[in-house]
Design a protein around this ligand. Structure first.
Ligand code: IMP
Ligand code: MG
Length: 185
């Protein structure tokens, strides 16, 4: 059998940010976002970048008091712990964004390649505004200049898993953010 180890019996890696810190930081971010979008013309579109951002989206959306709609977009840009450097659109948005306020929701901004690509792509839909909220930010790895309007946590250059973040598709369901120690990478 080659199934992933259960997080209950075999915790993987070491905790970098625990669930309590995540939840209190999201409450703070929600306060900032509510204040920034206090005078909306139509509901704010929370544009979740699949799949990594969905836990952040779920908690942030429930902490916001401004009216929101949820929308999803999917890209592929990363394999294992190495960025491929190129971004492929896997699923486009399925609603008009013209003249709407869009807040992109990301799990992590690393080199910035994904967000630079998405920003460009979304602007072609002629929204009223586009901003970005990312739970995590690895500033030291930046290759593309991007603005992260709302940052949950700045983290060092380590590969992290949990709370939406994966290693080859697994560990997204871990409730804390952990550093995955990989040998030889
Ligand atoms: P970027 O295009 O280099 O900014 O990478 C963005 C994407 O790479 C994120 O949306 C994640 O899916 C993935 N990624 C970057 N760093 C990590 C990490 O430490 N753990 C898990 N996924 C990561
Ligand atoms: Mg990912």
């Amino acid at each position: 059998m080659n199934t992933p180890a259960s997080p209950e019996t075999t915790p993987i890696g070491t905790v970098l940010i625990d669930r309590t810190e995540i939840s209190s930081r999201i409450a703070e971010l929600a306060g900032e976002i509510d204040a920034a979008y206090a005078s909306l013309e139509s509901p704010l579109i929370l544009l979740s970048v699949l799949k990594g951002s969905i836990l952040f989206l779920a908690d942030l959306a429930r902490s916001l008091t401004v009216p929101v709609e949820l929308e999803f977009i999917a890209v592929r840009s990363y394999e294992g712990t190495q960025s491929t450097g190129s971004v492929e659109l896997v699923k486009d948005v399925s609603m008009p964004l013209r003249d709407r306020d869009v807040l992109m929701i990301e799990d992590i901004v690393d080199t910035g390649t994904t967000i630079a690509f998405l920003h460009e792509h979304i602007r072609r839909h002629a929204p009223r505004s586009v901003r970005l909220a990312s739970l995590l930010n690895k500033e030291s790895r930046r290759e593309k200049s991007v603005t992260v309007d709302y940052v949950g946590f700045d983290i060092p250059d380590r590969f992290v898993i949990g709370y939406g973040l994966d290693y080859d598709g697994i560990y997204r369901n871990l409730p804390d953010i952990r550093v995955l120690d990989t040998d030889g990478d």
